[in-house]
Design a protein around this ligand. Structure first.
Ligand code: HEM
Length: 479
């Protein structure tokens, strides 16, 4: 009888401390063999099998070795067991595992020991999955199969407890006589409420624990093809009318739609439910992203999906304080156009700097130039000496589009600003409009009703982005 040495799944109680050492373990080239070609002592139970010497080559110092993944090409992670029946240098996978990893028998692929992320939650609190019938040679799967959702979820949880699940992964399960495929469609390490709050957090795989809640839905029969077809290609076609009906299903508690989300539709019809907080720097979306909107708002932006995706990556980096991503040079023109369309000044600056054409947007402006340009239709505000170009944003101004040109041009509007804005929300937008400073020597020429010292102090706390102006004296002259 072949010797079977369990190297055990990663404990769901979180023995992730060993990962520092695991990270240093080398990639190993392993030949894929089919599980059915190996005579194993016990069922692998969702595990992949490798020879004990392979596992030792990986982790002489760190036992138990547990999770393995392809070095690249798939997000799926499997629990490995050592089994002497598997030839040295091979890895035995069942059909579903081969399908999930996109690998073929007899081919050699690089595998690594998987290290759970250190600074993120890795234990799943919720999993969404679709259920469908397996198109099987043996199983008769015509007609309607009814499964109890609660029981199926428990069975699934028991079978895959301590395993890592990844979105799109498919797992096979026999339940109440039916051969089922469970396809993971969502894996969440944060609950719904925390997900709404979190910015820049994406979960696509994690550890199944006893606390993980599983939400199952039946996949409609008209939609049975999909990703699983490759592992069943040689099997007979399933009758069209076969379907799974999930009864007694666990469903999520009803939550009123979040007001923190804006549905952004791109030019080519894609849909991005996006956190308002993330979109706030896009000043041309102001009316959609303001906190007081009581309903979920839909906006369409004249930007392509792929470009908008990059914009979101940029916004996430900005919101989480990470450095801006290094986009490839050939994307910069499109990103610049998107930044202009959305009124996203910092991305505009980023692109222009990278394109080597950063115009002297931030500069000193003379009083006569401001008056002249406003006379020609511009809308340049002076606020505590800052020059703010708000022309394109006027239709989005929560106080209306006319009050600013009617009342606030060609003077320092700090007092108006203080009087009209009860909250400090307006401060958050100023950076997006900022184009420089009034020449210090022109300050005494500008009409101005002085704001309160409290207001000025707060304003200056919010506007630390201002360019330095030599000999800058911020003084106010009365009308
Ligand atoms: C860059 C300049 C400005 C920004 C970013 C801005 C932003 C805002 C924001 C966010 C609000 C709604 C929230 C709040 O009350 O704080 C608002 C409301 C308003 N703003 Fe502005 N504003 C600007 C300039 C001005 C100026 C110069 C005036 C007047 C001359 C003005 C007049 C008003 C009025 C009347 C309201 C409505 C207040 C209410 O309904 O209680 N805003 N503005």
């Amino acid at each position: 009888m072949p010797s079977m040495r369990g190297i055990g799944p990663l404990s769901y109680s979180g023995n992730t401390k060993q990962t520092a050492k695991l990270e240093e373990l080398p990639e190993l080239p392993l030949r894929v063999i089919s599980l059915e070609d190996v005579s194993v002592a016990t069922c692998a139970g969702g595990c992949v099998l490798i020879h004990p010497e392979t596992s030792e080559a990986w982790s002489p110092a760190v036992q138990p070795t547990s999770l393995v993944a392809l070095s690249s090409g798939s997000d799926c992670v499997f629990t490995a067991r050592a089994d002497a029946a598997v030839p040295i240098g091979c890895i035995a996978l069942d059909e579903a595992q081969q399908h999930n990893l996109h690998v073929a028998p007899a081919e050699v692929y690089n595998f690594s020991v998987f290290c759970p992320p250190k600074n993120e939650e890795f234990e799943l609190c919720e999993v969404d999955a679709e259920v469908r019938l397996l198109k099987s040679r043996e199983a008769s799967c015509s007609g309607r199969v009814e499964v109890d959702g609660g029981k199926l979820a428990s069975r699934f949880q028991k079978q895959y407890l301590g395993h890592v699940l990844a979105v799109t992964q498919q797992l096979v399960l026999t339940h109440e006589g039916a051969n089922l495929v469970i396809r993971v469609t969502g894996a969440h390490a944060l609950d719904e409420e925390a997900r709404e709050e979190a910015v820049g957090y994406h979960c696509f795989r994690g550890l199944l624990t006893p606390e993980t809640q599983i939400f199952l839905t039946a996949k409609s029969p008209g939609d049975q093809g999909g990703a699983a077809s490759s592992c069943t290609a040689s099997h007979h076609r399933e009758p069209r009318n076969s379907e799974v009906v999930v009864v007694n299903n666990r469903t999520r508690a009803f939550r009123t739609p979040s007001h923190n989300i804006v549905n952004v539709y791109t030019r080519d019809g894609e849909w991005f439910p996006t956190k308002k907080r993330l979109l706030r720097p896009c000043i041309l979306l102001t009316s959609a992203v303001r906190d007081d909107a009581q309903e979920v708002v839909n906006v369409t932006v004249d930007v392509d999906t792929l470009v908008f995706d990059r914009v979101l990556i940029y916004l996430e980096a900005e919101a989480t304080g990470r450095p801006a991503p290094q986009f490839a040079a050939h994307h910069l023109e499109d990103l610049l156009a998107a930044a202009q369309t959305l009124g996203l000044r910092s991305l505009q600056d980023y692109c222009q700097t990278r394109l080597g054409g950063m115009d002297a947007r931030l500069r000193l402006h003379s009083w006569s130039e401001i008056q002249q340009r406003n006379g020609e239709g511009a809308c340049l505000l002076i606020l505590d000496g800052m020059i703010l170009d708000v022309k394109r944003w006027l239709p989005e101004h929560p106080g209306g589009s006319t009050i600013i040109p009617n009342q606030a041009l060609n003077l320092d509007c700090a007092r108006f600003f203080e009087v009209y804005h009860a909250s400090r929300e307006s401060f958050l937008y100023l950076k997006e409009f900022y184009i420089g400073e009034l020449r210090p020597e022109d300050r005494p020429l500008v009409p101005c009703a002085p704001p309160s010292q409290d207001f000025l102090q707060q304003l200056r706390q919010y506007t630390t982005f201002r360019m330095p102006v030599d000999g800058h004296v911020r003084a106010f002259k009365s009308f």
